[in-house]
Design a protein around this ligand. Structure first.
Ligand SMILES: Cc1cc2nc3c(=O)[nH]c(=O)nc-3n(C[C@H](O)[C@H](O)[C@H](O)COP(=O)(O)OP(=O)(O)OC[C@H]3O[C@@H](n4cnc5c(N)ncnc54)[C@H](O)[C@@H]3O)c2cc1C
Length: 425
């Protein structure tokens, strides 16, 4: 290798998506000395991980891992972050792309101290997407405690209203700017890493599983929010119909995954997510009966297998090998009866429970929102890495369903691939 080839050359990297994968790629590349632009469509960084209550295998709160990354961002002048931003257009070739980015107005500037006076003054409320509609928030809101950037957001619905003026007047720091307009940025970069992640599969698509019809059937991501101290119930897991503490809960595994009619692939983390959620329930309800209906239980690797072994020792957790065929609601108690065929005994099983959690799978974001770049995907929407062509890469769950550890490993590799594109230009 000649000195010329070995030396870093000028050039920048664009990372699209500020979840754990995008943060990792962006930071690894920036810390290797490259200029990086990180574009995130939400008003905050952290992606889906920020919505979790705890994450396996250690069961730490997500802020644990995210905060270290936010500190690294603050310390690194080479990394420029744009929130509420989306890529509109990408033209060019490996080593030289021109990118158009649209940044939506937040209506709150950097003077914000998160004092919350705007939210106190605001009278309008909007459903919280962050909490899957399980609660409402003020139209002047901080996305969640510990959000980064730590800055409020004003919902566009109140900007031209009296409420907007009230919110502006309440701010002691002149941080509310109702005149803020959308901006378009033009960036020149040598490589693009798509870290656009995943979205929960729409559980309403499975007619037989009753989501959206019966209140006490929730998804696994809703369960994360129900268990989270900053969630809609302040961390108390209660059933949605009446706020009752559930004495029995059924988990329905592969709700959509490994089914040719919905998601033909294994979403990799749902078994572990349900086993983790058993620990949430057990911490609050020592005597609750828990049923796990599964096709195959997958706990890949030594640590996850040990986690599974620990849960198996709980005498009040019953594992039933059988795909759930139907659910029915009792009109008086709002309890749910789950029907499955036990694959071991061949017997039809019917189990009444007070609450059901659907272990819904991960669908790549690129399957539901077309990306502007010339990327190739699998038929399911996972972005394919074409290392021979180079220039554009996919990291984390944009590329395949994965846990945080694997996403981070993959994202670190993609930082290297992006850097190689610049060096080999
Ligand atoms: C119920 C459940 C529980 C889980 N629990 C655990 C756990 O305990 N431990 C564990 O290791 N893993 C867990 N996971 C998996 C974990 O959530 C993923 O590994 C992780 O979210 C992958 O991060 P990511 O950055 O690839 O994707 P994401 O978290 O989806 O982040 C992608 C980011 O990209 C942004 N984005 C998307 N499209 C665009 C666009 N066009 N422009 C700009 N930005 C965009 C999104 O807003 C988001 O911020 C769980 C998953 C589920 C379903």
């Amino acid at each position: 290798m000649t000195d010329q080839n070995a030396a870093p050359v000028s050039g920048s990297i664009l990372v699209v998506g500020g979840g754990i994968s995008g943060l990792t790629t962006a930071l690894e590349a920036a810390e290797a000395g490259y200029e990086v632009f990180l574009v995130e469509k939400n008003p905050y960084l952290g992606g889906r991980v920020s919505q979790l209550n705890q994450y396996f295998p250690k069961l730490c709160p997500p802020t644990c891992g995210l905060e270290i990354n936010f500190r690294r961002i603050k310390d690194n002048p080479r990394l420029k972050v744009f929130t509420m931003a989306e890529v509109e257009k990408v033209d060019g070739r490996p080593g030289s792309y021109t990118v158009q980015v649209k940044v939506k107005p937040r209506y709150v500037n950097e003077n914000c101290t998160c004092c919350g006076k705007c939210a106190e003054a605001c009278q309008s409320e909007i459903p919280s997407d962050y909490d899957f509609g399980m609660k409402k928030v003020k139209a002047a809101y901080l996305p969640f405690t510990m959000a980064f950037p730590a800055r409020y957001v004003i919902d566009p619905s109140i900007v031209k209203t009296e409420d907007g003026q009230r919110v502006k007047a309440a701010c002691p720091y002149d941080a509310v700017d109702l005149e803020m307009a959308p901006k378009t940025l033009a960036l020149n970069v040598g490589a693009v890493v798509w870290a656009t992640g995943w979205t929960p599969y729409d559980a309403k698509k499975m007619d037989n599983l009753g989501f959206g019809k019966h209140k006490n059937i929730v998804t696994n991501m809703m369960m994360e929010r129900l268990a989270a101290p900053n969630g809609p119930t302040g961390g108390k897991i209660t059933r949605p119909s009446d706020g009752k503490a559930p004495a029995s809960v059924a988990f329905v595994q592969c709700a959509g995954s490994r089914d040719e009619n919905y998601l033909p692939y294994c979403s990799y983390i749902c078994c572990m997510a349900s086993l983790k959620q058993v620990t949430y329930l057990r911490a609050q309800y020592p005597d609750a009966k828990i049923y796990i209906f599964y096709i195959d239980l997958r706990a890949p690797g030594y640590r996850y297998e040990r986690f599974y072994e620990t849960i198996k020792k709980d005498p009040n957790v019953v594992f039933v090998k059988g795909k759930v065929a139907a659910v029915a609601e009792d009109p008086i108690t709002a309890n749910i009866t789950v029907t499955a065929e036990n694959a071991v005994t061949g017997a039809k099983v019917q189990q009444a429970v007070e609450m059901v959690v659907l272990a819904t799978g991960m669908q790549p974001t690129a399957a539901v929102q077309k990306l502007p770049g010339a990327v190739r995907t699998t038929p399911d929407g996972f972005i394919l890495n074409d290392f021979a062509a180079g220039g554009m890469f996919a990291a984390g769950c944009a590329n395949k369903p994965a846990d945080v550890v694997s996403s981070n490993q993959n994202a670190t590799g993609m930082a290297l691939k992006a850097i190689q594109t610049l060096v080999r230009r």
